[in-house]
Design a protein around this ligand. Sequence first.
Ligand code: FRU
Length: 537
Amino acid sequence: MKHMKLKKLIFIMLLSVAFISCKKTTEANQSNVEIAKSYSEEDLYRPNFHFTPKKAWMNDPNGMFYKNGYYHLYFQHYPDGNTWGPMHWGHAISTDMVTWKEMPIAIYPDDKGYIFSGSAVVDVNNTSGFSKGGGQPIIAMFTYHDMDGEKAGKTNYQSQAIAYSLDEGQTFTKYSSNPVIKNPNIRDFRDPKITWDSIHEKWVMVLAAGQKIMLYSSSNLKDWKLESDFGDGIGAHGGVWECPDFFPMVVQGTDEIKWVLLVSINPGGPNGGSATQYFVGDFDGKQFKIDPSFEKDLNSSEHKSIWIDYGRDNYAGVTWANIPDTDGRKLFMGWMSNWEYANVVPTETWRSAMTVARQIELQKVNASYRLLFQPVKELTSYRSTKFKKESIAINGDTKIIDSKAIDLSSTEINFKISDLKDKGFTFKLTNKQGDTLAFGYNNSDKNFFVDRRKSGKTEFSEKFVNHVSVAKRTSLNPDLLGTIILDKTSIELFFDNGETVMTEIFFPNSPFDKLSIEPKDQEFVLDSIEIHKLNFN
Ligand code: FRU
């Protein structure tokens, strides 16, 4: 009898153990299923507020102009695949450069070739004569890339062409006498960017040619005269020069006007692969001469160059044309990827996003000139929940906030550390999977850094994680101000009012749900941190 009871007890115990463990596995399976289900590619990686095409491949921003309340963004697009292919100009419009509406494809390839990068302007005075009814035509200028010519081993397979739009940039008609600039036997000869030069009253266009920039001018956007070239022995030359931009800017707080030349380069960026350098100087209507103070800075800088962004994911960026004088801003957007791995990042439906739109300012800094980049102010109108803390003593890994309080994948963060001197710090974004994105300031080498080596999916490219990106701090300001723009798969860091910028992408296995900060060597006080949830519903 006793024996029977014991047996029964053992049986019941075994049964409950089996039940509990079975329940546990089911729960674990369920939660795995939940993870797999709730984190589709769309959920996990489609940015909340950075522009992506609905589907397929995208690279450089093209043809950006503003007219009648709309910012237009065209982009290098291969609509039939998720890697680079026959290039079209995709199209999107926005009233604030933050929320975009994708439009039908604007320019298709044809028997002259793929439609490579270029620009668009509003021909306010109809200098081109394309408008017959007194309207203002939009003129797009792009590079024809003749694939057959390239395959046949020719060098002259890139030429410049124009197309006009009489319906505010929705549809374009290619000019019947294309190309407007034939290839002078230069292999890399592309990416025309036009600016109306109101000082010399003519159209000015810059073109990348090998590792130089060619400057052209025109009175009617059809006939182009080569004026000069720029770039021999100046700046970084680790790769081919691409996607230039050239425009005058007033030096902030003065009447002085300087010309700015942006030049993208691939490879040869400060942290590997694609990046964009810039030059500040003077333009007499024919020739661009770099300012001696800026040239001195270049020569004493690490790569003989100064970069608009030291992160690895801001390439081929250019500025909007036709921003009204009443606004007066210089507005910029870049492609948030890098040719080292753009084709293999872990998204399938679409590939690549753009940076947030940024305002550029030109400032006199330490007897020379610097461009400062900041997110456009329009982004602040999406602020909702706000979290603010002041005077936090940082003496170990200190949690700032978790995603229960604010969804960290859609945030603007502003922080201040006064009297930076020898203070070093690491911010960490983490999730339950153990993924970490680390970024901050290293006081021993005076470098800002972004470390995505353990940020989630990285195995798709060794180059994605082969080192920590760094940027030397150049500001002499004793206090450090920083702005962080976070989306699901990107971080944009604006230090010292945008004097040093770092933009990088990442692919966590689940959303980052905690932000913490730790000191490097010694404890310090984080004067203030303000976190705004950005709401796009
Ligand atoms: C830059 C670039 C341009 C070219 C385009 C082709 O990323 O290589 O020079 O026009 O991409 O898609």
